[in-house]
Write a protein that binds this ligand. Structure first.
Ligand code: WTA
Length: 632
């Protein structure tokens, strides 16, 4: 597969140029490096008025033949997945391509035995055990559509997702281990299923051996089912544009959006971007710390790495257990070469003494990555100094559930990184900046609304069951462009820096202020770990700014510090951006994927706490009450 790898800056420039001048030729050549049961008739057909996008039209394939079967001859005994348990006393597991192929086929036969057919939706609500990857691939093997729901979601959230996609089978576990906690997944699933008439069968994997209740009508044990099958399961031949999976992401309204990804384009782009951004080479050990419940886990733990014949690490636990050195202990033990995590994890770890990092041998690391939110300069340097020892390129990868793969990122060691900048678009990606009226900003150095002006293979094709909403959210604000909802600036060299969601803009005295840059400014203060800024109504200014601020341990939270923060913001952005109110807090309400729930903070700042909405899906629902109690 190395034929699709870019090896120099000049290669990158040539590939980019070609991808713009002749996208169909470019992607057609890349796609030749995959296994197809039938070649496509047309590389691309699209109409963004409708909107409709089709890639490798008429092509037939099965993504699991690309992830598994085709490696058997050359890499059958190579490790495909290294699984690292939550508890370091439990053994690490190495699963070869041959074994993974056999286990996926066996479980695919279990699904068939339980009446799952091509096109059926299967909900997967599981901890980060090997069987989660196996389940995802087994669905893909038989053409069933997987909908993975992160195992931290509540019963209400799970039920809403099962019902939206009318899933017929649920795959879950008795419980899941995460740090010191055990999550009673089966109990939560039972609660959810009271509201889910479409589920006909629940297959339960035994992980924690905790006591669970059992519904003999629909429940069956995973290990019992496996006894009934062999591991011979030919792959279902899929059309390029058949659905591969649904994955829910939150929108600005309450109802989650089931983003639909299809087989051919997703496979090509997830793999192409994986190999180029991380510069994966034979025998590398690649680790992405995301959960498979999120798009990052789908594209860059499972599909991209396995299609590339890579060795990918799957970690069941959390970075803080048994202590704050766990990530680095694993990096040393497994000789990890590429490490990909989220800024929120980096900031959390940076709060603790650096001995947690320095005591481990990280000399195998070649590439570091981040994803999910803008990384502030301090966190970037902490990562660079302590983890990368100033010796590893850092790929800051901007993308979304909707984009299926990384869109703007440096390519490790090939294109230059720049702190806090995602930098340059990948080949095939055509970002532009727009002003508020939708006019393209043509100067290289500019700041505005980010949009993408041409299709790429892994764009989500629709919102499951609601194409109208898909059109409204992504293709209506700026006709003929895909609108991701982020703002960005571009430096004179064409590097992009994502400045944050454009929907988090606050207008203060007629000035548009993005909350993200204000937070960045505050976070630069040496006493501050993290902050969140929102607007609240103000008699004279229209809106004023309210900053929630977390300090390092042992910092005195006094008037002097408040003044220093205001001065710092005034200095960095301007006096207009000075927060009217600054509240010191112990934590910020976050989604499971680590995003700050600004909606809740806005309500608290506005004294509108009677209707905070559902906080049960938060990572830390308890923090909401303490913020309210301590409000100024
Ligand atoms: C934000 C995660 C800045 C952005 C893969 C985007 C980022 C949203 C970055 C998508 C980055 C993601 N720099 N912001 N490198 N990566 N974002 O769907 O606001 O969970 O729109 O996908 O995260 O989040 P999602």
């Amino acid at each position: 597969m190395s034929q699709i790898q870019i090896n120099s800056f000049q290669d990158y420039q040539e590939a980019y140029q070609k991808s713009i001048e002749n996208p169909s030729l470019f992607w057609g050549e890349i796609a030749e490096h995959f296994e197809w049961n039938k070649k496509w008739d047309n590389v691309l057909e699209y109409d963004w008025q409708k909107p409709e996008t089709k890639w490798f039209v008429g092509g037939k394939l099965n993504i699991t033949e690309n992830c598994l079967d085709r490696h058997l001859a050359t890499k059958g005994d190579q490790t495909a997945i290294i699984w690292e348990p939550n508890d370091p006393k439990e053994a690490t597991q190495h699963v070869s391509y041959k074994e993974l192929h056999s286990r996926v086929c066996a479980f695919a036969n279990v699904l068939k035995n339980n009446n799952v057919k091509k096109g059926d939706r299967v909900c997967i609500y599981m901890p980060m055990v090997l069987e989660l990857s196996i389940a995802v691939l087994a669905c893909a093997r038989i053409g069933a559509i997987h909908s993975v729901v992160f195992a931290g979601f509540s019963a209400t959230a799970l039920a809403a997702r099962i019902n939206d996609a009318t899933c017929t089978v649920l795959l879950t576990a008795d419980g899941g281990f995460r740090g010191k906690k055990t999550t009673p997944l089966k109990d939560i699933a039972d609660e959810a299923l009271k509201e889910c008439p479409s589920i006909k069968r629940t297959i339960v994997y035994q992980r924690t051996h905790q006591k669970i209740s059992w519904n003999t009508k629909i429940d069956t044990w995973w290990h019992e089912e496996l006894k009934k099958v062999d591991d011979d399961c030919p792959a279902e031949i899929m059309d390029s544009e058949d659905m591969l999976f649904i994955l829910y992401t939150s929108g600005s309204t309450g109802k989650p959006k089931g983003m639909v990804h299809t087989c051919g384009g997703y496979m090509v782009y997830a793999t192409y971007s994986f190999q180029n951004v991380f510069q994966y080479k034979n025998n590398d050990i690649y680790w992405c710390t995301a959960d498979i419940g999120w798009i990052t886990g789908h594209s860059y733990i499972v599909y991209g790495p396995l299609c590339s014949g890579a060795t990918t690490v799957m970690f069941e636990g959390v970075p803080s257990y048994p202590d704050f050195g766990r990530f680095w202990e694993i990096c040393e033990k497994l000789k990890v070469t590429q490490f990909y995590t989220a800024p929120t994890a980096i900031r959390a770890l940076a709060k603790h003494p650096s001995e947690f990092v320095t005591k481990y041998d990280l000399s195998n690391l070649k590439v570091l990555g981040t994803v999910g939110e803008p990384i502030n300069e301090e966190a970037w340097h902490w990562y660079d100094d302590n983890v990368g020892k100033n010796n590893c390129p850092i790929v800051d990868t901007w993308w979304q559930t909707e984009t299926g793969g990384m869109m703007i990122s440096s390519l490790a060691g090939i294109t230059k990184d720049k702190p806090t900048f995602a930098t340059l678009p990948l080949p095939g990606i055509q970002p532009i900046l727009l002003d508020d009226n939708g006019n393209e900003l043509t100067e290289t150095k500019a700041e505005g609304i980010l949009a993408i002006k041409y299709p790429w293979p892994s764009l989500a094709r629709t919102i499951y069951g609601n194409h109208e909403r898909y059109k409204n959210v992504y293709f209506s604000a700026y006709p003929n462009h895909y609108f991701p909802g982020d703002g960005a600036l571009r430096d004179a060299q064409g590097n992009y820096r994502i400045t944050g969601r454009v929907d988090d803009v606050v207008i203060v005295s007629g000035h548009n202020l993005g909350t993200a840059p204000i937070e960045n400014a505050i976070n630069e203060h040496e006493s501050i770990v993290e902050s969140a800024v929102v607007g609240f109504p103000h008699d004279i200014k229209g809106n004023a700014l309210y900053a929630y601020v977390i300090t390092y341990n042992n910092v005195e939270e006094n008037e002097d510090l408040t003044n220093e923060i205001r001065t710092l913001v005034a200095k960095t952005i301007g006096a207009i951006a000075k927060p009217d109110k600054i509240q010191f807090v112990k934590g910020l309400p976050k989604t499971r994927s680590g995003k700050i729930m600004r909606r809740i903070l806005r309500k608290i700042a506005s004294n509108d706490i009677s209707n905070l909405g559902d906080v049960s899906t938060l990572l830390n629902p308890e923090i909401v009450k303490s913020i309210i109690d301590e409000k100024l």
